[in-house]
Design a protein around this ligand. Structure first.
Ligand SMILES: [Zn+2]
Length: 324
């Protein structure tokens, strides 16, 4: 069977070995590293390249070849759950994503007439990303560590399989809390961006464990800024507010009482029906100073620089209210 070409030839030429960064060659379903000392072979699964560095990733290439459940599981298995969840009101609300993506599009199009953007965690469309998607001038390379409706490439953000300076933009939405080493991921994002390239990140702060065992860390607004200390800030702040944080906290409080699957489903339905309205407060709260101490998630948008924000300068960027 002929491999599907999921992204343009020009993008395929930017692909590099995730272990050693050497060029790759494709023969049928196999992709091989051209560095004789590395010589790693990578498979494609239904035409999707699986470019994982097994030496440093929590994932094995065989997880994808055998279609084992990774982050989101397999689409088929999740369809029933997705249908059930669609019937109850959600207690989550991304307030600023859409506006932020609009702004990112403007910045990208000022820098290039045909920007190329890497999406990390792009197996499904991120909240608010429609504006970016609808702009035909912007080309997306959608990568993830799970197969989903939009996955073009399986790769791990700890070892991004692209040449240095490949992208005009990188999107990493609701991903970095799920990385064992988010600092390394940000170094990789910095590496694959062109000079002045734009990063857009959304990362959890006050959210309980989601994604099961694939959930490792949280960031305050300032902690998130430090993660991107090799970037010049365009904008940052809360993307999901304290109302959502409270609804999640209440929901997980209820869920703490039960381990049985059926009882947890019931508690989830009850919790959602009795807390979904809290997210609407976030429209009012999202830009308040207190929200910088209490949000469900923060965003950061910035451009790549060669300078590093010092920790003393970082301290000056605190804009919350502080202790009561
Ligand atoms: Zn290699």
């Amino acid at each position: 069977m002929q491999s599907r070409i999921l992204f343009p030839q020009s993008v395929q030429q930017l692909l590099r070995c995730p272990r050693c960064h050497a060029r790759l060659t494709q023969a049928g379903q196999q992709i091989g590293c051209t560095n004789s000392e590395c010589a790693t072979n990578y498979p494609t699964v239904d035409g999707i390249p699986v470019l994982i560095n097994e030496q440093s990733s929590v994932f094995l290439i065989d997880d994808f070849v055998s279609r084992r459940e990774t982050f989101f599981g397999n689409i088929g298995e999740n369809r029933l759950k997705r249908m059930a969840l669609r019937l109850i009101p959600t207690n989550s609300k991304n307030i600023k994503g859409r506006t932020n993506y609009g702004r990112m599009s403007d910045v990208l199009l000022r820098q290039s007439s045909s920007p190329l953007v890497l999406v990390i965690g792009g197996s499904i469309l991120g909240e608010g990303m429609e504006s970016l998607l609808s702009n035909a001038a912007i080309a997306l390379v959608e990568s993830d560590v799970s197969f989903g409706p939009r996955t073009m490439l399986i790769c791990d953000a700890h070892d991004i399989p692209f040449e240095d300076g490949s992208f005009d933009g990188v999107i990493v939405q609701a991903v970095l809390e799920h990385a064992v080493d988010p600092y390394r991921c940000c170094e990789e994002i910095h590496r694959v961006l062109k000079e002045q390239g734009v990063v857009y990140a959304e990362t959890s702060f006050m959210q309980q464990v989601h994604g099961g065992r694939y959930d490792f860390t949280r960031f305050t607004h300032l902690g998130h800024r430090r993660l991107f200390r090799r970037f010049r800030e365009i904008d940052s702040g809360a993307v999901c507010g304290p109302g959502m944080a409270l609804a999640w906290s209440y929901q997980y409080f209820l869920l703490s009482f039960a381990t049985s699957r059926s009882l947890r489903v019931l508690l989830r339905v009850f919790g959602s029906l009795t807390s979904f309205y809290l997210k609407y407060f976030d429209h009012y709260l999202i830009n308040k100073r207190g929200t910088l101490d209490a949000a469900s998630a923060y965003y950061f948008m910035g451009t790549k620089t060669e300078e590093v924000l010092s920790d003393r300068d970082l301290m000056e960027l605190y804009k919350g209210v502080g202790s009561p």
